[in-house]
Design a protein around this ligand. Structure first.
Ligand code: FES
Length: 304
């Protein structure tokens, strides 16, 4: 999908495994269902049909776990569940805190299936007086002012953010100061990175943008125009979240069957670092745009 074109390669093992890791929860869901239904073995072909991808991709993904299938029988379901859980760290269970107990935060606190992923939300934080001192499904809600104290006391390393964009930077910094090393953000805002802290964005708008684009694509013939996108692979753009474009665009191009229309390449630093991460589309520089904005630009170009 991505071409080099005399420029920096965008491919590295971490990115490939990121796409693979993103599919592991789907595999687990199906495998657990199979286990509950009494199936002892499952073939890569059957698993691929359930997930809706090629069986070769499933085989490649599962090879990472080290579990080997038996010829003509397939993979031992329980062994595969255990291996995937170990690989993605769901075998131990993990505790997390959540900041922002609004509609989305409350929904997350009420979400029963976190148990399946061995995630336990042990504390919620908000500024709203009426929430402080209450609990949601057994999770106590504290004042945001107690964030540092509670996180340190509980020794929690993972934090979930469900806040409006304007409050994200400050809260993320407070989380990191308290010892949080993994942030799962549901807010449409970029978090200034810090060494040793992993940030995962859950961009609901981009999922919706892809969905609406796919609906449109079904109604309209494939466009004839060409789009060249160049993502800056310089260290500054990279550390500011440039990788999010790569992951997102690879999936987007694949899902919309646009590989012969969209050309995705990497380029070196051009000196426009301060406003990055940078992406150039048909020669026009865009800085620090969201995935939803990116889809909007692509859609406009495809329909020009
Ligand atoms: S690192 Fe991207 S412009 Fe400098």
């Amino acid at each position: 999908m991505i071409t080099r074109k005399n420029k920096t390669s965008l491919r590295n093992p971490a990115m490939n495994s990121r796409a693979t890791v993103g599919r592991f929860p789907s595999y687990l869901f199906i495998l657990r269902e199979m286990s509950r239904s009494g199936f002892e073995y499952i073939s890569a072909t059957v698993l691929a049909e359930h997930v809706g991808i090629e069986s070769i991709s499933v085989r490649k993904d599962l090879a990472i776990t080290g579990v080997v299938g038996k010829p003509k029988i397939g993979f031992h379901v329980e062994s595969l569940i255990k291996a995937i859980e170990e690989y993605i760290g769901w075998d131990q269970g993990i505790e997390a805190i959540l900041v922002g107990v609004g509609s989305l935060g409350s929904a997350l606190l009420n979400y029963d299936h976190f148990h399946d992923h061995k995630i336990r939300l042990v504390a919620g934080f908000d500024v709203k007086e009426s929430l402080i001192g209450t609990n949601i499904k057994g999770t106590p809600i504290y004042s945001i002012d107690q964030l540092g104290e509670v996180v340190k006391k509980l020794g929690v390393k993972l934090g979930v953010i469900a806040l409006p964009p304007s409050e994200v930077s400050k809260v993320a910094a407070a989380m990191m100061d308290s010892g949080i090393v993994g942030i799962w953000s549901f807010a449409p805002a970029i978090i200034p990175p810090r060494k040793g802290v992993v940030i995962q964005y859950e961009d609901i708008a981009s999922g919706l943008a892809i969905l609406s684009m796919q609906v449109k694509r079904q109604e309209n013939p494939k466009p004839k125009v060409k789009i060249e996108m160049s993502i800056c692979m310089g260290s500054s753009c990279f550390s500011r979240g440039g990788t999010k474009y790569i992951t997102f665009l690879e999936e987007y191009i694949k899902e919309n069957d646009l590989s012969d229309v969209v050309d995705l390449i990497g380029n070196r630093c051009t000196g426009n670092c301060t406003g990055g991460p940078n992406i150039t589309i048909n020669g026009v520089l865009y800085q620090n745009i969201t995935s939803a904005e990116l889809v909007g630009i692509i859609e406009t170009k495809l329909n020009e």
